[in-house]
Design a binder for this molecule. Structure first.
Ligand SMILES: Cc1cc2nc3c(=O)[nH]c(=O)nc-3n(C[C@H](O)[C@H](O)[C@H](O)COP(=O)(O)O)c2cc1C
Length: 206
């Protein structure tokens, strides 16, 4: 664990939906957990399928077990809680549950459409709806290419409602040496917008 435990007083909600790029969500959860933040993770059904396909998560294993296999120290995971999309009565579904911000990484076009229209049919979309109405940071990491007009309109609607649209567009000016480095250029920006401290990448001017 990061000895500085810089985010130990913070609570975040991270949803992993069924778009390609599960690694963005996983590395965000890893970085938040390693900084000692409390992290509530919501996996959609499709998100679990993409996690299995892209990152080898066994559908029968727990998410925590998968994170350990991914290389996260078990001691960093004690404040990570996992929810399925159907656990609609759990904490982040209520405005009375206070957190420091929520990210959907990656965010599918289906979840984006639901969020943009306030269609709160599962724990991810309900928690996003609540984050928006409570004026808490909501970062959406939409992944599709190319974007169609409906996707673009939904992003505009979500942004008007208060969400930050943060596409997974990695930066190359920091000289990333691996896929993880590249992914972390995006994760760093998500953490910036969540107000979470980190040292994932160098900042321009450093
Ligand atoms: C391997 C795989 C990759 C996918 N990639 C994307 C994607 O990049 N963007 C997207 O919007 N949907 C993608 N989908 C489709 C979504 O999983 C699907 O629309 C699903 O209903 C999304 O549900 P959710 O938002 O509840 O997770 C992908 C599906 C699979 C199986």
């Amino acid at each position: 664990m990061n000895p500085e435990m810089v985010n130990k007083d913070k609570t975040y909600v991270v949803a992993v939906s069924g778009a390609s790029g599960s690694v963005y969500g996983i590395r965000l959860i890893k970085a938040l957990a390693e900084s000692a933040a409390r992290v509530l993770v919501i996996l959609s059904d499709a998100g679990k399928k993409v996690l299995a396909h892209e990152m080898g998560m066994d559908p029968r294993e727990s998410f925590i077990n998968f994170m350990v296999r991914y290389g996260v120290d078990q001691s960093a995971l004690y404040r990570v809680e996992t929810f399925s999309q159907d656990e609609i009565a759990s904490a982040p579904a209520s405005g009375s549950f206070i957190h420091n911000g929520m990210a959907v990484a990656p965010c599918s076009m289906k979840s984006l459409a639901a969020i943009a229209s306030g269609y709160a049919d599962n724990l991810i979309t309900r928690s996003c709806d609540v984050s928006l109405k409570e004026k808490r940071p909501l970062i959406l990491v939409p992944r599709e290419t190319p974007f169609g007009i409906l996707h673009l309109e939904n992003m505009t609607r979500a942004a008007r409602a208060g969400a930050v649209i943060l596409p997974p567009s990695p930066a190359f000016y920091t000289g990333p040496q691996s896929m993880e480095d590249l992914v972390d250029t995006v994760v760093a920006r998500i953490m910036d917008h969540l107000g979470a401290e980190h040292k994932l990448t160098l900042r321009w001017g450093q």
